[in-house]
Design a protein around this ligand. Structure first.
Ligand code: SF4
Length: 334
């Protein structure tokens, strides 16, 4: 249980009459009464002031292969310090990390931005990944840590649901080097019913990350009976292809978790998604999958393996295919 007093004011809020506070961080747009906490469990009205509840509080930390985020086109083979605070502004019934994303009172430990930067440097980490739960609603701490990390030569990575208003996102993006955004479905009803959120702000955020020049990869968790039809998958692939067919797309297998009891994703469904997506996209990957299809980075023109990922990691051969010279947009090859 976090016991430290929360003293600093949050960013992106406005005072309202009668001691209420309006949050401007995410599209939910909460108006909180004195003492109330937002449904994200990360921000609260304390005596008329909006405060971030988890500034400098860490619920989960580890040093992971960067491929585990997943990021396949950013510093392949490197490891990255990965951290999270409790909370999320979505409430996806299938959340695979619900014990930290949906529990605002999860046990935390203290760490300052300086602590994280020093830990990343000591671990020879490529940078800091804000991941596991939802980093965008940990806004103030992510922003301050990312600035310090950049000053110290480290990279900043977000693994996120992309559900943030465009103004705060514009403040954060100059400090972000790479991101993996969950695009859960192209069906607005899926976002409303299964995630208690809205689709259009997520699509807008994806466009905003891309326009800002952040190295962007997308992940779609495929849930049988919910978002696995050819029509749903084709709609998602079309959105990505229209934006930029060079954006890597990861299809990931779901397993029953939290409030969702649908059966786990069959490998055949992932293979069907891979076949469908590779007709329009250059880089399509499969995650949590019992198959070697979609594991390596393969030249879309001639089939040469450009990154072999047996056992995670792997070494990229360059930014162009050695056989046919087709460009391969991978950042951070050493
Ligand atoms: S960030 Fe939290 S408090 Fe702010 S609008 Fe979103 S859910 Fe509400």
């Amino acid at each position: 249980m976090t016991t430290d007093p929360v003293t600093r004011p949050a960013a992106w809020w406005q005072p309202l009459p009668n001691g209420q506070a309006a949050c401007r961080l995410c599209p939910i747009g909460c108006r909180l009464r004195e003492g109330q906490t937002g449904p994200c469990r990360t921000r609260a009205n304390r005596q008329g002031t909006m405060v971030p509840l988890h500034y400098g509080r860490i619920v989960s930390a580890g040093v992971d292969p960067i491929e585990k985020k997943p990021l396949y086109h950013f510093h392949p083979g490197r490891r990255i310090l990965s951290v999270a605070a409790p909370g999320c502004n979505l409430h996806c019934q299938f959340c695979q990390n619900w014990t930290i994303s949906q529990d605002g009172d999860a046990r935390t430990t203290a760490a300052s931005p300086d602590d994280l930067v020093r830990a990343a440097l000591a671990e020879d980490s490529v940078g800091i990944a804000f991941t596991y739960s939802e980093p965008l609603v940990w806004f103030e701490f992510v922003r301050d840590t990312a600035r310090l990390a950049r000053e110290n030569g480290l990279k900043n990575v977000l693994v996120t649901n992309g559900f943030l208003n465009s103004e705060p996102l514009a403040e954060l993006l100059p400090w972000i080097d790479a991101a993996n955004i969950d695009l859960k479905s192209m069906d607005p009803a899926f976002y409303r019913k299964v995630c208690k959120a809205q689709l259009p702000p997520v699509l807008a955020a994806i466009r905003q990350f891309h326009a800002a020049g952040v190295l962007l990869e997308l992940t779609n968790l495929i849930i049988p009976g919910y978002n696995d039809s050819d029509g749903q998958l084709a709609g998602l692939v079309d959105f990505v292809a229209d934006l930029d067919a060079e954006i890597p797309l990861h299809f990931s297998a779901y397993h029953p978790a939290w409030k969702m009891a649908a059966p786990a994703t069959p490998t055949a469904t992932l293979l069907r998604a891979h076949t469908l997506a590779t007709r329009k996209l250059s880089w399509v990957y499969l995650g949590n999958a019992a198959t070697e299809v979609g594991r390596d980075t393969v030249c879309p023109d001639c089939g040469t393996v450009l990154v072999d990922r047996r056992g995670y990691g792997g070494v990229a051969v360059g930014t162009a295919c050695p056989q046919c010279q087709r460009a391969c947009p991978i950042v951070g090859i050493e």
